[in-house]
Design a protein around this ligand. Structure first.
Ligand code: ZN
Length: 350
């Protein structure tokens, strides 16, 4: 039988997972440590569905921590540490399981909070966090690829009382001894990191419809996606490259900004001639965005995230974009290929 705390965590997971300002698609994860077992959200599944299906995987905590101590490469996927007799659905643990294991508190919530990301992509993100989170034991962890590199970067910086991790170019993790305290800490931190949001003018739907003619692209149902293109500062920020891992995983490297005179068809033709895959999202500066007609739910969630994050980055901010090597590392990563496969198969929507 599940404990009351476990049940409470599922409630918080479903609530947090349904808030696109905290979690997009299959991103983010929650965990609870009970009698030596770390229960962690499964890879590729959505926190939003925590009350609709089995989403938690049991992992042997001490074995995983020992392996981390040894720098064992098996900690990259953490699958070897699943307690299979307690995992009838055969779920795989989140790619970010080690983040949860390393924090000693009972409950950990990791989110891709857009307010945190908008801070954590700035070159002085650590200083901004230090000022806004005064009084909360936190550390800023510079960007490292999720998995073993991120685990190492966290382990190097974690102190005994650390309850908040600001993950550079990535997101936020909060930890506490109870689900209620963790949820309150999450609310407090994201509120403190909340800055100004630029408003964007509305999309030019007539122009976008013309730009989509005869192409595999269409207008998105969610009008909020357009802000990244109708607000020219946001568009400029997006044009600079990729800012966080899930953007690269679901939308590809950087953003495709249409040049004057380009249409969805001309971009498609150009890409096909060069043997490149088609981008799920196209930005038309000042007009709005078009999405691939076959866009996945995960990519759609990340398109919304791009609009939400860029609108919160001050125009004067100096940004740290992911390097070419960091982009390539994310696109060639086995563990992520599994998550992408689930996304394409639509399992995440069940
Ligand atoms: Zn993450």
């Amino acid at each position: 039988m599940r404990s009351l705390e476990f049940e409470a965590l599922l409630d918080v997971s479903a609530r947090v997972g349904a808030d696109p300002l905290l979690v997009q698609g299959a991103g983010g994860n929650t965990s609870i440590k009970e009698v030596g077992t770390l229960w962690i959200k499964a890879s590729g599944l959505w926190l939003a569905h925590a009350r609709q299906r089995d989403v938690m995987v049991p992992v042997a905590l001490d074995l995983l921590l020992d392996a981390l101590e040894r720098d064992d490469p098996a900690t990259e996927k953490t699958q070897d540490f699943v307690i299979s007799e307690m995992n009838p659905s055969g779920l795989r643990p989140s790619i970010e399981t080690t983040v949860h294991a390393l924090m000693p508190q009972k409950v950990v919530i990791h989110v891709h909070c857009v307010e945190t990301i908008a801070t954590a992509v700035q070159t002085n993100g650590g200083a901004i966090a230090a000022e806004r989170l005064a009084g909360i034991p936190h550390v800023f962890v510079p960007y490292a690829r999720p998995g073993l590199p991120l685990a190492r970067a966290i382990a190097e910086r974690l102190q005994e009382k650390t309850s908040v991790l600001i993950l550079g170019n990535h997101g936020l993790a909060v930890a506490a001894e109870t689900v209620t305290d963790a949820a309150m800490l999450l609310t407090d931190v994201s509120r403190r990191l909340t800055g100004q949001r630029r408003s964007a003018s509305s999309a030019d739907l007539a122009a976008l419809s013309r730009l989509a003619v005869d192409s595999g692209y269409c207008l998105p149902d969610d009008a909020r996606l357009h802000a990244v293109a109708t607000d020219l500062e946001s568009c400029r920020i997006a044009a600079g490259g990729s800012l966080y891992p899930d953007h690269v995983i679901f939308l590809g490297k950087g953003s495709v900004i249409a040049a004057p005179g380009e249409t969805a068809v001309s971009i498609e033709t150009d890409r096909k001639e060069r043997g490149e895959t088609l981008p799920p999202l196209l930005l038309f500066p000042g007009k709005g965005v078009l999405v691939e007609k076959t866009i996945s739910a995960g990519a759609l969630a990340m398109a919304r995230c791009l609009a939400d994050v860029t609108a919160r980055i001050p125009a004067s901010a100096r940004l740290r974009y992911l390097s070419d090597a960091e982009n390539a590392e994310l696109l060639g990563w086995d563990a992520e290929k599994y998550r992408q496969k689930l996304n394409r198969a639509g399992q995440a929507l069940q």
